[in-house]
Write a new protein. Structure first.
Length: 219
């Protein structure tokens, strides 16, 4: 990763920390320690490796153009059920591009792919359990004739000694959230833990920043 990308991601971590202290976006102590509800992996988990799978999905190694769509910085803390941060956890995300299509052979969506979008990324939590990604807001797409999937990002969290967590993160305010069959399968009193509010980023024009904390269980 070049110096500019490192500096921007460093600035985003500071902004994410600031978001955690605001009343609008902060999670309560109890919510942070409540196990994040598991959700389906879905059919589009990556099936082949890619050269570039770092924590910045907006730029693909070897290409010069940025991915299409609105940039979104997402980060948070991975903790255990006793509210202790989990360092060294591998956090994977995968998602559709701005048009709503996955780079996956099983996706029959006819929307165009974005050759400048990474689609899949990985990050390790630091000593404080923090992770962060730079990505874009994915597009909504039809899951069936009567069902639009809202913008969402798939997560998988791994750490030796902990149960693997697979879940999905949603964007607050999406018109498709209330009718989404997968989100509605999450108990009503737990949905707030997978729906994230975003605010304008003060370090990058037009970008958004949001915080998604995850809680995993010890084996």
């Amino acid at each position: 990763m070049n110096t500019n990308r490192r500096n921007v991601l460093k600035a985003s971590l500071g902004a994410l920390g600031a978001l955690a202290s605001t009343s609008a976006l902060a999670k309560s102590f109890d919510a942070v320690c409540r196990t994040t509800p598991a959700q389906t992996e879905g059919p589009f988990y990556p099936v082949k490796d890619q050269d570039d799978k770092d924590d910045d999905l907006t730029l693909v190694r070897g290409r010069t153009n940025r991915a299409r769509g609105q940039v979104a910085y997402i980060g948070g803390i991975v903790s255990d059920e006793n509210c202790r941060p989990v360092p060294g956890a591998l956090v994977e995300i995968w998602q559709a591009c701005a048009s709503g299509r996955y780079n996956h052979p099983g996706d029959e969506n006819t929307a165009p792919l974005d050759p400048d979008f990474q689609y899949w990324g990985r990050a390790l939590t630091d000593g404080n359990g923090e992770y962060r990604f730079r990505t874009i807001v994915p597009g909504a797409y039809p899951a069936d004739t009567d069902w639009m999937r809202p913008p969402h990002i798939h997560y998988k969290v791994h750490r030796k000694g902990y149960h693997e967590l697979t879940t999905q993160m949603y964007f607050a305010g999406s018109e498709y959230n209330d009718a989404d069959k997968i989100l509605r399968a999450v108990p009503a009193n737990e949905r707030d833990s997978v729906i994230v509010s975003f605010a304008p980023a003060d370090f990058e024009a037009g970008a958004l920043v949001g915080r998604f904390n995850l809680t995993i269980r010890k084996v």
